[in-house]
Design a protein around this ligand. Structure first.
Ligand SMILES: [Zn+2]
Length: 470
């Protein structure tokens, strides 16, 4: 039992919310159970939820996102049976804050998890907490120390298992074993299972079978280890040349293919357990990975699309099959969307939005929507702290990168210049001014509990007059 004024208050308001949410959820469940599919056939609503996060998985290295190599036949098939969101951004390009956003529907500065030592704020409700209050068994199996209990991401999970990550990726992950064990012993009650896989993350190693398929002959020094990638990053050894970079990509792609086969084993188990037809399955990632597109490796320090763009694929009862969603989305939308699909009211004040209208009404999403991200990363390099603090704001197809340390700003049109190598900030001064001002607003809200205001009518008029909005 929590004691003390602040915590009592917190629990009172949380209880109130959960009580109201439960009431709304019951009503919505009644409606949900009567839902008809588009062909008029009565279908069952999802009763279980499996949320899968594959750490460091770049969307554009999956075949279903247009990659030219066959890295993901299983996820391609999975996407053909459900919904694929084409344009999803993370909130932060490294593991801890990105997952905190995924599990709370809040930007890092609102849930309190921005730096290595931060813990999830006590007054923030997690997806697991809300589902647990709605009688789901909640279980998490995670594969990174960032997600272990120390940072509070276990809030709401009745069972939470941290499977220690190892650099050696040549064995099938223990997360898969633990997931199989858990599903095999499952009680006869609806559940929420969160699975986090670290297999695609460096070190980039995989079984010989996968390396044979993806790794071309190479005679250089690159070995795909995190320690060597950090040596590149900090200038201890010269940056990878083109052949080195291609080798890194080959090793990474082999790992993606190996992970994809792991998904096949998981889906086969769900089928064997008769769980496929009444389980909502969501596959996503926390961030991508750099392969020298902008002069770096790994992730965590920039907001270019190679680290920002993550996959989001959903499959489940009552969901359309094979639909691709073009509207802009973010990891913060997963929690409100999932709760809405289950007929459960989301906690008030989430930053994310319910994405259902994007497929139910063929809505392309609002071009007025603003997305934000931040990376507060104080690197320790050779015993010295190096500030490296960056932010971004996205409006429609424009993304403004802001470096707080140097003051540098870059604006890219990521639709017409997906490589983000033509800075158009000097040609779009009024837009940059508006985005900069909205970014400042976002940074100011911090812990106030406020969400960011939508664009005002005056701002919408300005963007329209400049041709940024139709
Ligand atoms: Zn990560």
């Amino acid at each position: 039992m929590m004691k003390g004024g602040r915590n009592s208050q917190r629990y009172q308001s949380r209880r109130e919310f959960l009580k109201n949410g439960l009431y709304a959820g019951l009503n919505a469940s009644l409606v949900g159970s009567l839902l008809l599919s588009s062909c008029g056939k009565r279908q069952r609503s999802a009763t279980n939820v499996i949320l899968i996060s594959i750490d460091t998985l770049r969307a554009d290295h999956l075949s279903c996102y247009g990659y030219q190599r066959p890295t993901s036949p299983i996820l391609d098939k999975f996407a053909s049976q459900g919904l694929l969101f084409e344009d999803v951004s993370t909130t932060c390009p490294w593991t801890l804050p990105a997952h905190a956003s995924l599990l709370t529907g809040l930007y890092p500065r609102r849930n309190g998890v921005r730096a290595h030592t931060d813990r999830l704020r006590d007054d923030v409700l997690t997806l697991a907490e809300v589902l647990r209050e709605h009688d789901f068994i909640t279980s998490g199996i995670v594969n990174s120390h960032w997600l272990s209990k120390t940072n509070g991401l276990d809030h709401g999970f009745e069972e939470f298992l941290y499977v220690k990550e190892y650099a050696d990726r040549t064995k099938p992950t223990r997360v898969e074993d633990e997931a199989r064990n858990w599903l095999s012993k499952r009680r006869d009650k609806k559940f929420f299972l969160f699975l986090h896989y670290y297999d695609v993350h460096s070190d980039y190693h995989s079984l010989p079978h996968y390396e044979k398929q993806f790794v071309r002959p190479y005679n250089g020094i690159v070995d795909g280890s995190t320690s060597q990638l950090l040596d590149f990053r900090y200038g201890r050894i010269p940056l990878p040349n083109q052949a080195d970079t291609e080798h890194l990509i080959d090793l990474y792609d082999a790992g993606v293919r190996q992970m994809d086969d792991g998904m096949e084993r998981l889906f086969a188990l769900l089928e064997e357990k008769n769980l496929l037809d009444n389980t909502l399955i969501i596959v996503t990632s926390d961030h991508g990975e750099e392969f020298m597109e902008h002069g770096g490796v790994l992730h965590g320090r920039t907001f270019f699309q190679e680290v920002l763009h993550v996959p989001l694929i959903m499959r489940g009862p009552n969901l359309p099959q094979g639909q691709r969603i073009k509207g802009i989305a973010s990891l913060i939308d997963v929690m409100p969307t999932l709760l809405a699909m289950l007929g459960i009211s989301p906690p008030p004040g989430l930053d994310g939005i319910d994405l259902q209208s994007l497929w139910q009404r063929n809505n392309a999403g609002s071009p007025k929507r603003l997305l934000f991200g931040e990376a507060d990363w104080n690197n320790i390099v050779d015993n010295k702290t190096v500030d490296d603090i960056k932010r971004f704001i996205r409006q429609n197809h424009y993304k403004l990168h802001v470096n707080r340390v140097t003051g540098k700003m870059e604006l890219y049109d990521i639709v017409n210049n997906p490589d983000e190598n033509i800075d158009v900030s000097s040609k779009h001064t009024p837009l940059v001014k508006l985005m900069r001002s909205r970014l400042r607003d976002f940074l100011r809200i911090g812990r106030t509990g406020r969400t960011v205001d939508p664009l005002s009518p005056k701002e919408v008029e300005l963007l329209k007059s400049l041709g940024y909005l139709q």
